[in-house]
Design a protein. Structure first.
Length: 149
């Protein structure tokens, strides 16, 4: 048997890449527009330079604050969903196991097999299984701290 096939997928970095591309584009367009507007007013070169630097600083601060709020909001939502799921797993484990099995069945897997898979996954880490399959939260998409084991 050959060694494990190791794949290097880029999807784990897509979030920061998207933010970087959109942020850079936004920064370039807004700063360039500000400089063009100030230059069109027949301002001197020092005023144009000051406006450009002020626009860059303001844009960077705005983007940093916006990203912080966005990530914090997503992390708070994830934590609330995980807390709710944790309670459901403690109070109604049979229903949660069947719910997990039905999620796999909807993907086309035979129901008895999905029940065995759900049982095994929940024995290993029930919260992780439900976070991934029911809530769509995985290590790749997660904004908050890692799932507790």
């Amino acid at each position: 048997m050959k060694g494990l096939h190791r794949e290097n997928h880029l999807v784990s970095r897509i979030g920061w890449l998207r933010a970087a591309v959109l942020g850079a584009n936004d920064g370039i367009v807004s700063t360039a527009s500000l400089i063009v507007g100030v230059a069109a007013s027949a301002a001197g070169s020092s005023q144009i330079l000051i406006a450009g630097v002020a626009g860059l600083v303001a844009g960077a601060m705005s983007m940093a604050a916006g990203e912080y709020v966005s990530v914090s909001s997503q992390a708070d939502t994830e934590q609330a969903d995980l807390a709710r799921e944790r309670v459901e797993l403690e109070t109604q484990p049979a229903e949660e196991r069947e719910e997990l099995a039905q999620l796999y069945a909807k993907r086309g897997v035979e129901i008895e097999l999905t029940r065995r898979v759900a049982e095994q996954l929940m024995q290993k880490d029930a919260l992780e299984a439900h976070a991934r399959e029911e809530l769509g939260i995985s290590e790749i998409t997660r904004q908050g701290p890692s799932l507790p084991h």
